[in-house]
Design a protein around this ligand. Structure first.
Ligand code: NI
Length: 181
């Protein structure tokens, strides 16, 4: 059993978060399995519910997230590992909700996202994953896949007056739930 390593998380301003990530050529490679294990360890240590490879300084198209279908608690929702993900938007409807990001520590913002999507990709065993997602599940997938295109959530905001420090979010009656991705 190879020991897992908690990796450093890249933060807004580092160029790796602004560039498009490269496709993973062999999703079943040992180096990818190792990266996945390290990312799980890193995400759990940081109490996040999602993580993209560029957030651990690997410019590869690989994301992971807990597939949260309310009202299941985030950390108990199944973990999906998605390599070379593809998203299809299934609605014109967008909804605003609060997001946080491990690469934008201490901040929260109100971000519009599509409410209904499908997504596909492969897992580290090479198995095809294809699912539909709504609500928070759809939001997390859009947030993570944006990381692979060099986009952070503040770039998706339409009203930057709703970008704020978490320590000030008490003024907005926000839930205390930690759902950074
Ligand atoms: Ni993020």
């Amino acid at each position: 059993m190879v020991p897992m390593t908690i990796r450093k998380i890249s933060r807004m301003g580092h160029p790796i978060l602004r560039q498009p990530a490269a496709p993973v050529e062999d999703p079943t490679a040992d180096s990818i399995k190792r990266l996945v294990l390290d990312m799980i360890e890193t995400m759990e240590d940081a109490q996040g519910v999602g993580l993209a490879a560029p957030q651990v300084y690997e410019s590869l198209r690989l994301v992971m997230f807990h597939a949260i279908e309310e009202p299941v608690a985030p950390e108990s929702a199944p973990l999906i590992i998605l390599i070379n993900p593809q998203i299809d938007i299934l609605t014109d409807e967008m909804e605003e909700d609060w997001e946080g990001c491990l690469s934008v520590p201490g901040l929260r913002g109100l971000v519009p996202r599509y409410t209904h999507i499908s997504y596909s990709g492969v897992d580290p065993d090479g198995h095809l994953i294809a699912r539909e997602a709504r609500g928070f599940h759809a939001r997390v997938v859009q947030h993570e896949c944006d990381h692979l295109d060099g986009i952070l959530y503040p770039q998706r905001m339409t009203d930057l007056s709703r970008l704020m420090f978490e320590s000030e979010s008490r003024h907005w009656d926000l839930p205390a739930v930690d759902d950074k991705v």
